[in-house]
Write a protein that binds this ligand. Structure first.
Ligand SMILES: Cc1ncc(COP(=O)(O)O)c(C=O)c1O
Length: 386
């Protein structure tokens, strides 16, 4: 049928959309997953039943082992709750941990698609600035104090601690300590969206994930297979102290429908158990590293006199600062005229911060298209007279 849509993102012919923050086909382990598929039915008819409320037990055990290696801290399977990915987890966190009218504090800028999820739940979004080490913790404490003084309630503080979307900043260990300590002191949970934590592609060590704090501070960590395996599985997890997870398992959604993903979690379990998951993650890291290097080199070759940026150590994005006098919206429109699309910086601010950046993703294209996309963007910027 001609007008039926088959995928979420459809890039028009002839356009290179450096805004798409998704893996392309080359990053999706199709053959590995195809080989793992028969093992889904290993448990016989039971495989097709409603799932255990917290997620399939075999999967939680396998995931805990996988994360303990990747995160470098022991993760207990009892502290994991399976989800349909981080977007669904965000929605469920709002259901379980907030009431309409509550305040949610977010970084400025941040992952803009979270805004609508928060608004769907009637939450009031307030922002705290970021610097090179992450969120401004003193600003968070001030907002909480002000909200409480006015009789309001803060539901949680939402942060993207590793390879932040859109800035690629990774919160320093010191800042993580400060945030966890402040969260305990003011008794407001930190909701850490750690979807990029495992995607370091430059040499060097990562700070401990916010997951490492769940037993000593009010921290809830979200993770997803979307970035390390495949978004179509709709599979992720919440990592938190069991006392924080119990209300999730007792929610109406789970009591009625059972655990969220018995079938796709079986696939991920098979991938982990056969070593394919670790192999694929290493492949994703190496590929993203090469694509990032190609984008950095192309930007330096074509427009280093006009734009500035930090070279990311991981994740998907370059956060490009534009020359004075050119807004992200203008640059994006000019780019479209040249056959390249990007995301303009204003999208990522809940409070209308100046539109002076572009977010470029190096996850969706192979190197030649990345280089060509950057060339087109450079032409677009020149056309604006910079
Ligand atoms: C920060 C952040 N959180 C969540 C998501 C969505 O994750 P999922 O596919 O698990 O819903 C993304 C995807 O781009 C993201 O960048």
């Amino acid at each position: 049928v001609s007008n039926i849509q088959y995928q979420q993102v459809v890039v028009p012919d002839g356009v290179i959309d450096l805004g798409v923050g998704q893996p392309n086909h080359a990053l999706l382990p199709f053959e590995h997953v195809r080989q793992a598929a028969p093992s889904l039915l290993d448990d016989g008819p039971e495989s097709l039943q409603y799932g255990a409320e917290w997620g399939d037990g075999h999967h939680r055990v396998a995931l805990a082992e996988h994360l303990s290696v990747g995160y470098g801290v022991p993760i207990a399977p009892e502290h994991l709750f399976s989800t349909n990915g981080t977007s669904q987890a965000l929605d469920m966190v709002c259901t379980v941990m907030s009431v309409p009218g509550d305040v949610v504090i977010v970084e400025d800028p941040t992952y803009f698609l979270a805004f609508q999820i928060f608004r769907d739940h009637g939450l009031d979004i307030r922002t705290a600035p970021m610097d090179g080490e992450g969120i401004d913790v003193a600003a968070v404490v001030r907002i909480v104090t002000d909200v409480r003084a006015a009789g309001g309630r803060v539901a949680f503080v939402y942060v993207v601690p590793a390879f932040h979307n859109p800035t690629s900043i990774t919160m320093s260990q010191r800042r993580r300590d400060d945030l966890a300590a402040a969260a305990s002191a003011i008794d407001v949970p930190v909701l850490a969206d750690e979807v990029y934590h495992l995607l370091r592609h430059a040499p060097g060590a990562m700070p401990l994930p916010m997951s490492a704090y769940v037993e000593r501070a009010p921290v809830v960590s979200l993770g997803t297979f979307s970035k390390i395996l495949a978004p179509g599985l709709r599979l992720g997890w919440i990592h938190a102290a069991p006392s924080r997870l119990e209300p999730f398992a007792a929610s109406g959604l789970i009591v009625s429908g059972g655990g969220l993903n018995p079938i796709s979690s079986g696939l991920a379990t098979a991938m982990i158990r056969t070593g394919r998951q670790a192999e694929h993650l290493a492949f994703v890291q190496a590929t993203l590293g090469r694509r990032c290097a190609a984008m950095v080199a192309a930007l330096r070759a074509t427009c280093s006199d006009r734009v500035s940026f930090d070279v990311p150590d991981g994740g998907y994005f370059i956060w490009l600062r534009l020359p004075a006098g050119i807004s992200g919206t203008q640059a994006r429109e000019a780019g479209r005229r040249e056959g390249v699309d990007v995301r303009h910086g204003a999208l990522f601010s809940a409070v209308g911060a100046p539109d002076d950046h572009l977010r470029l993703s190096f996850a969706y294209y192979d190197e030649p298209d990345i280089v060509e996309g950057v060339r087109r963007l450079a032409r677009a910027l020149s056309s604006l007279g910079t």
